[in-house]
Write a protein that binds this ligand. Structure first.
Ligand SMILES: Cc1cc2nc3c(=O)[nH]c(=O)nc-3n(C[C@H](O)[C@H](O)[C@H](O)COP(=O)(O)OP(=O)(O)OC[C@H]3O[C@@H](n4cnc5c(N)ncnc54)[C@H](O)[C@@H]3O)c2cc1C
Length: 355
């Protein structure tokens, strides 16, 4: 089988790109997850918060979110804790709290029937073969070869496409999330900072009767650090009983503008594979959908140099992420962060009776 475009990965980036491409392109998408929500198949560990930027992109696509994707409760503030200084402040937030897996399934359901979807299929290797790419895929234990003119790597943080075709490394963390039965009297979001645990951050969320604690940790001793974090949070009143689920994956966090990898000789990266994720909040869904949109614009403009055009079209995304990198300097420098939190700037004055 020969395609014009093969997309590796059907998360927000890959599913958006596959949905937007016109039928004139013979397109295929490959993903290891099932489209039929089967137990035991891949689910992306995620906080599942849809940021205002991501909402704006859905608005741009004229898409409305089905209510089944939303979870209970919707929360309007984030409790920000600096553990060492014991300072807590609340900031207003405008996220939509959703079921991330249902969101991915919904985006995939919008892809045109003409697009060939290889679900429950792993992309094992890609090599250049004359003017085409030779892609080895495995499904149900069976190996198959398909060919494509272009490759779009939408395969997330642990991108095989990026490793095969781009030399640029990117800073990465191990993201661990644990789910507990929700026992707090009032559900809340929190952002937790503790430089003895991580130079990134930890977070909590509440979804449909479960409390989720997550943290982005450097790989060394990450499980031990996560347990230490839990002990510290228990002392602060967090109700963390026996976990019902533990999930883990890599998360990218660009540390410099040189860590973005975008396009080269027929290979294009979109979403987190390109490094498009906020280094300050680890919010990545909006950048995944936006970069997919920019690449769609390039392919439908019929340009002679699509790599160059895509590099140009992603300049704004990269510039926004560099601004987030600058914001990170303040957020992740403990003395500066403490001054900002203590100052109460942009914070909400909470009713004293509230936890
Ligand atoms: C714990 C955690 C919490 C987060 N919370 C939030 C949040 O609340 N809000 C937010 O906006 N962002 C959040 N992010 C970031 C966000 O999840 C990602 O940036 C976003 O999912 C990137 O989308 P993507 O489509 O580029 O990649 P992904 O969503 O990672 O999708 C990649 C897809 O590629 C598939 N794939 C990869 N390799 C292969 C292969 N070899 N063969 C077949 N299939 C393959 C995977 O199955 C997957 O479906 C969080 C990240 C983590 C880790």
């Amino acid at each position: 089988m020969v395609f014009d475009i093969v997309i590796i990965g059907m998360g927000p980036a890959g599913a958006t790109f596959a949905r937007l491409l016109p039928q004139s392109f013979k397109t295929a998408v490959i993903d290891r997850k099932s489209l039929h929500d089967e137990e035991g198949t891949f689910r992306k560990p995620c906080g599942g918060l849809l940021s205002p930027d991501a909402q704006k992109i859905l608005a741009k696509f004229n898409l409305t979110l089905p209510k089944e994707i939303l979870v209970t409760p919707q929360i309007f503030a984030v409790k920000t804790i600096d553990i060492k200084s014991k300072i807590t402040t609340y900031y207003q937030r405008f996220y939509l709290n959703m079921d991330r897996h249902k969101f991915d399934m919904w985006l995939a359901s919008l892809i045109d029937k003409e697009v060939k979807i290889f679900e429950k299929t792993v992309c094992k290797n890609i090599i250049r073969d004359k003017d085409l790419f030779k892609i080895t895929i495995i499904s149900g234990g069976k190996e198959e070869i398909i060919y494509s003119k272009y490759i779009v790597g939408a395969d997330g943080s642990n991108s095989m496409t990026r490793k095969l075709f781009f030399k640029k490394k990117i800073r990465q963390y191990v993201a661990i999330q644990q789910w507990f039965k929700e026992k707090h009297p009032v559900p809340f979001y929190s952002s937790i900072f503790d430089e003895t645990i991580t130079d990134c951050y930890a977070w909590s969320d509440s979804k449909d009767g479960y409390f989720i604690l997550g943290a982005a940790l450097s790989a060394k001793n990450c499980r031990k650090k996560f347990e230490q974090l839990k002990e510290k949070l228990k002392d602060l009143g967090y109700k963390l009983s026996e976990p019902v689920l533990t999930e883990c994956c890599l998360v990218s966090r660009p540390a410099s503008p040189f860590q973005f990898a975008v396009a080269d000789k027929g290979v294009f990266l979109i979403g987190e594979a390109a490094g498009f994720i906020s280094p300050s909040s680890l919010e990545g869904i909006s950048y995944a959908m936006n970069s997919a949109f920019q690449l769609y614009k390039v392919f439908t403009a019929n340009t002679k140099h699509p790599e160059k055009a895509y590099r140009r079209r992603t300049l704004k995304i990269r510039f926004t992420l560099i601004l987030k990198l600058i914001k990170s300097i303040f957020m992740y420098c403990p003395p500066l962060r403490r001054i900002i939190i203590k100052s109460g700037i942009f914070s909400i004055e909470m009713n004293k009776n509230r936890d």
